[in-house]
Design a protein around this ligand. Structure first.
Ligand SMILES: *Cc1c(COP(=O)(O)O)cnc(C)c1O
Length: 454
């Protein structure tokens, strides 16, 4: 028999509980607050989220049972395989062992359905008939459209950032195929959208604007709620299934990681893999956990930790997070899913607590890494995922220099078959880096002046 490449779990071995790092922080996270700086109660979120998810948002239980129905949905693509990147290791000539968790095998092609099906199911339980949401590159919009069609009886309306709507026509088709209704944002369907279009008809849009529109449309109807694909605590909870499976898989082969890596946009796929390992770290494991972001959108590495709004119209409560400022308009880098101005409060808190570290990488190094990965491992990665690969390669090269046999685990958050434009630009030699100038960072951070401090 040749060497083992992937480690699989049976459906019976699918974890039956999610893990909540909120139970294990040494210092509790600051609560979300209103504009007056006072903590908000569950009722303040009730027009936007169903009460069962609000309870999860505030939950500090360590383990949360995964409902049977959701386990049933998960079985369509879970447990996902864990791969050993032997061919990449060989190409790098590294003594490091490199493992990756393949979340690209879901129907939507990324980790996002892990929370999308959970959110659709909890909303349905609560009697909700329609979900609104925003999407950047379109991964979340397609994941939620898929989830709504799977769970059944819930309409899905997606506000898609205009520049992606124009550049990524096939994601729209995916959403429509699953029964979702996708419109470009800013749109004429909301007050916020009409106002922004009046001022700047050619705006490329932003995630912050799309969130404002989705919330505005949601609060107008009693049977409608809003769904967020990242950032919030309940999303981190649902994604923990990734790390829990990885732990079981590595245990099967008697391995354990020295370095755990994920790319970080809003923080959910990183947290999903990393938080069960952060628990091991809290209990004494010697491990580095690294969130990697674009140098064009350096939330963890350069932005202040502040209370900030999740959207440009300031319709969300204020969240304690590393934030570039809610008015931040990111450069047009290809990793659309990593262009958000904020970072999950749980990931931000984990950084402050020293449980994790952060790194930033330019997109040319990321594409170079993604192409090396495609030519060795075969899979074509999402542009977001390439940030995790580039970091893993950096660490593998470091291990080679030090002559150490490190074990590296990263989250392969999704495939890039719908995002080939960036590959084309790289292969044609037309890809640029956009390190964020200090003045721009400074300017967008000023949008948080006068807000309460955590
Ligand atoms: C959305 C997305 C991301 C970024 O979102 P997180 O919440 O930070 O995980 C990363 N990778 C893929 C493939 C995505 O679709």
């Amino acid at each position: 028999m040749s060497e083992q490449i992937k480690v699989t779990l049976t459906e019976d071995e699918l974890p039956r509980q999610w893990y909540n790092l909120n139970a294990d922080f040494a210092k509790p996270m600051p609560p979300p607050v209103g504009m007056d700086g006072n903590p908000i109660g569950p009722e303040a979120l009730a027009p936007v989220f169903p009460m069962n998810l609000i309870e999860q948002e505030m939950c500090t239980d360590r383990w949360v049972d995964i409902p049977e129905d959701i386990l049933g949905y998960y079985k369509i693509w879970r447990p996902t395989p864990l791969y050993r990147a032997r061919r990449l290791e060989k190409a790098l000539g590294t003594p490091a062992k490199i493992y990756y968790k393949n979340e690209g095998v879901s129907p939507a092609g990324s980790h996002k359905p892990n929370t999308a099906v959970a959110q659709a199911w909890y909303n349905k339980q609560f009697g909700i008939k329609k979900l609104t949401t925003e999407t950047g590159a379109g991964q979340w919009g397609s994941a939620l459209s898929f989830a709504c069609s799977l769970v059944g009886g819930i309409e899905c309306k997606v506000f898609m950032v205009r520049i992606s709507f124009d550049q990524k026509p096939f994601r729209k088709v995916m959403m429509r195929t699953w029964g979702g209704n996708c419109v470009p944002s800013p749109s004429m369907d909301t007050e916020t959208g009409r106002k922004i279009l009046a001022e700047d008809p050619d705006t490329p849009g932003s995630l912050g604007i799309a969130i404002s529109e989705a919330i505005e449309e949601c609060v107008q109807r009693e049977d409608t709620r809003y769904a967020l694909g990242s950032v919030l605590n309940h999303v981190m909870l649902h994604q923990s299934i990734i790390g829990l499976e990885s732990q079981a898989q590595m245990k099967k082969i008697g391995a354990s990681p020295d370095i755990v890596i994920g790319c970080a946009g809003g923080g959910s796929n990183f947290a999903g893999l990393a938080f069960p390992y952060a628990n091991e770290k809290i209990h004494g494991a010697d491990m580095r956990i690294i969130g990697t972001e674009p140098e064009a959108c350096p939330t963890l590495t350069r932005a202040k930790y502040r209370y900030d709004s999740g959207d440009v119209a300031m319709m969300t409560p204020l969240l304690p997070m590393h934030s570039l400022g809610h008015t931040f308009v990111p450069p047009p880098l290809h990793a659309g899913g990593l262009r958000y101005h904020g970072m999950a409060p749980m990931v931000s808190h984990a950084l402050n607590e020293g449980l994790i570290e952060a790194a930033s990488i330019g997109q040319t190094e990321c594409y170079e890494a993604a192409i090396q990965f495609a030519r060795t491992e075969g899979f074509i990665s999402a542009p977001e995922t390439s940030h995790a690969i580039a970091q893993a390669i950096r660490e593998a090269k470091q291990a080679k220099e030090e002559g150490k046999e490190k074990t590296i685990l990263f989250n392969w958050s999704g495939h890039g078959l719908m995002d080939l434009k960036g590959y084309e630009a790289y292969l044609d030699g037309n890809l640029q880096d956009y390190p964020l100038p200090d003045e721009l960072l400074e300017k967008s951070q000023h949008s948080m002046d006068g807000l309460p401090m955590p």
